[in-house]
Design a protein around this ligand. Structure first.
Ligand code: SF4
Length: 101
Protein backbone atom coordinates (compact mmCIF):
# COMPACT_ATOMS: atom_id res chain seq x y z
CA UNK A 1 0.00 0.00 0.00
CA UNK A 2 1.26 3.44 -0.84
CA UNK A 3 2.03 5.75 2.06
CA UNK A 4 0.10 8.62 0.43
CA UNK A 5 -3.26 6.80 0.46
CA UNK A 6 -4.42 8.33 3.76
CA UNK A 7 -2.98 11.80 3.41
CA UNK A 8 -5.88 14.25 3.69
CA UNK A 9 -6.44 16.46 0.67
CA UNK A 10 -6.61 20.24 1.08
CA UNK A 11 -10.14 21.43 1.77
CA UNK A 12 -12.10 23.87 -0.32
CA UNK A 13 -12.94 27.26 1.23
CA UNK A 14 -16.67 26.53 1.06
CA UNK A 15 -18.61 24.36 3.48
CA UNK A 16 -18.80 20.71 2.46
CA UNK A 17 -21.68 19.95 0.13
CA UNK A 18 -21.45 16.17 0.34
CA UNK A 19 -21.05 16.04 -3.43
CA UNK A 20 -17.93 14.40 -4.91
CA UNK A 21 -17.12 17.19 -7.37
CA UNK A 22 -16.02 19.35 -4.48
CA UNK A 23 -12.91 17.21 -3.98
CA UNK A 24 -11.65 18.42 -7.37
CA UNK A 25 -12.11 22.16 -6.95
CA UNK A 26 -9.26 24.45 -7.94
CA UNK A 27 -9.90 26.30 -4.69
CA UNK A 28 -8.68 23.42 -2.51
CA UNK A 29 -6.21 24.82 -0.03
CA UNK A 30 -7.28 28.44 -0.61
CA UNK A 31 -8.24 30.24 2.61
CA UNK A 32 -12.00 30.71 3.00
CA UNK A 33 -11.62 34.50 3.41
CA UNK A 34 -10.63 34.62 -0.27
CA UNK A 35 -14.03 33.29 -1.31
CA UNK A 36 -16.23 34.63 1.50
CA UNK A 37 -16.48 38.28 2.42
CA UNK A 38 -15.06 39.23 5.79
CA UNK A 39 -17.09 41.62 7.95
CA UNK A 40 -16.75 45.29 7.01
CA UNK A 41 -15.30 44.56 3.58
CA UNK A 42 -16.17 47.26 1.07
CA UNK A 43 -15.24 48.86 -2.24
CA UNK A 44 -11.99 48.07 -3.95
CA UNK A 45 -10.86 45.57 -1.34
CA UNK A 46 -13.99 43.56 -2.01
CA UNK A 47 -13.65 43.94 -5.77
CA UNK A 48 -10.05 42.69 -5.65
CA UNK A 49 -10.94 39.69 -3.50
CA UNK A 50 -13.89 38.76 -5.72
CA UNK A 51 -11.80 39.03 -8.89
CA UNK A 52 -9.02 36.89 -7.41
CA UNK A 53 -11.55 34.21 -6.43
CA UNK A 54 -13.17 34.28 -9.85
CA UNK A 55 -9.78 33.78 -11.48
CA UNK A 56 -9.37 30.60 -9.43
CA UNK A 57 -12.81 29.45 -10.54
CA UNK A 58 -11.96 30.19 -14.17
CA UNK A 59 -9.42 27.36 -14.19
CA UNK A 60 -11.53 24.97 -12.13
CA UNK A 61 -12.49 21.61 -13.65
CA UNK A 62 -15.72 21.46 -11.63
CA UNK A 63 -17.01 24.98 -12.25
CA UNK A 64 -20.32 23.80 -13.70
CA UNK A 65 -21.43 21.46 -10.89
CA UNK A 66 -20.25 24.02 -8.34
CA UNK A 67 -22.29 26.77 -9.98
CA UNK A 68 -25.31 24.51 -10.37
CA UNK A 69 -25.15 23.55 -6.70
CA UNK A 70 -24.97 27.18 -5.58
CA UNK A 71 -27.90 28.20 -7.78
CA UNK A 72 -30.01 25.17 -6.86
CA UNK A 73 -29.47 25.59 -3.12
CA UNK A 74 -29.54 29.40 -3.19
CA UNK A 75 -26.18 29.69 -1.47
CA UNK A 76 -26.38 33.13 0.11
CA UNK A 77 -22.68 33.86 0.57
CA UNK A 78 -19.38 33.58 -1.21
CA UNK A 79 -18.04 32.89 -4.66
CA UNK A 80 -19.31 29.63 -6.14
CA UNK A 81 -18.78 28.52 -9.70
CA UNK A 82 -17.28 31.86 -10.65
CA UNK A 83 -20.35 33.82 -9.55
CA UNK A 84 -20.72 36.20 -6.65
CA UNK A 85 -23.80 36.63 -4.49
CA UNK A 86 -25.35 39.36 -6.66
CA UNK A 87 -24.82 37.45 -9.91
CA UNK A 88 -26.44 34.31 -8.47
CA UNK A 89 -29.39 36.33 -7.16
CA UNK A 90 -29.90 37.84 -10.61
CA UNK A 91 -29.86 34.44 -12.28
CA UNK A 92 -32.30 33.04 -9.73
CA UNK A 93 -34.59 36.06 -10.20
CA UNK A 94 -34.63 35.29 -13.94
CA UNK A 95 -35.52 31.69 -13.22
CA UNK A 96 -32.13 30.36 -14.27
CA UNK A 97 -31.93 27.60 -11.72
CA UNK A 98 -30.58 24.16 -12.69
CA UNK A 99 -32.73 21.12 -12.16
CA UNK A 100 -32.04 18.87 -9.20
CA UNK A 101 -29.82 15.90 -9.94
S1 SF4 B 1 -15.80 26.67 -9.25
FE1 SF4 B 1 -14.65 28.01 -7.84
S2 SF4 B 1 -15.65 27.79 -5.85
FE2 SF4 B 1 -16.34 26.08 -7.15
S3 SF4 B 1 -14.99 24.36 -6.65
FE3 SF4 B 1 -14.14 25.44 -8.42
S4 SF4 B 1 -12.69 26.95 -7.64
FE4 SF4 B 1 -13.97 26.28 -5.92
Amino acid sequence: MRATANIPQPRTPAPRTGEPWQDHGACRGVPSEKFFSPDNERGRARDRRVLAAKLVCARCPVLRPCRDHALRTAEPHGIWGGLDERERAELRARGTTPAAH
